[in-house]
Design a protein around this ligand. Sequence first.
Ligand code: GLP
Length: 243
Amino acid sequence: MKIYCTEDYDSMSFKAASLIAAQILLKPDSVLGLATGSTVLGIYHLISQWCADGVVSFAEIHSFNLDEYIGLAPGDPQSYHAYMRANLFDNIDAEPGNFYLPDGCADSAEEECRKYDELITSLGGIDLLLLGIGRNAHIGFNEPADAFSVPTHVTALAEETRRANARNFPSPEAVPREAITMGIGSIFSAKKILLVANGKDKAEAIRKAFTGSVTPQVPASILQLHPNVTLVGEMAALSELGV
Ligand code: GLP
């Protein structure tokens, strides 16, 4: 595993965005896995800028987002579909139809999960997967549990996660209770994983994920077994790693 410890949020975003840009330059038809949340906003901002400047092109890229809330339609302003449009897809030379998120309003969520995995597999799997991490060490919406869930699945959100994500909703009660998330299978099958973290409130999750036991109670700990993980973290987030 490679670890880059950066001084601040901006340098974390620059390092991670550079690694994604390098992936696109080396393989212009890469399949990317993409995350939402506040940590990755700086990365998307830089990539949008580089795309406008002609440094990178998404013309041949396909991407799969990690997750979507159940009950939020793609047009809902709080949906991850809307987040991705506003923060990345509308700003890049995206080929319509090549950027996928699970549909949180599908008639059958189970069928939607199955189709999502099939689509990822049919495109040859994910070349580079960008991950954030929750305070309870969730990745995607894989919450602490008694077992790792391998396929894309419907998951109940931990109360801690709902509280943390409430800042993006009109009220805490408005945060959905369930989501569709890529499972540990697609995450782990990604050829490269790039995990980013900033802020002191992620330090414990990072320590447990990368120095503790591999356990489904700490979902990100599975990454210790992956052969190609890069962690780009701002100092405060890595402060309990001893790097
Ligand atoms: C959400 C997303 C995750 C993300 C996490 C951290 O729960 N499902 O993919 O990594 O939040 O978000 P933030 O970057 O806002 O701390």
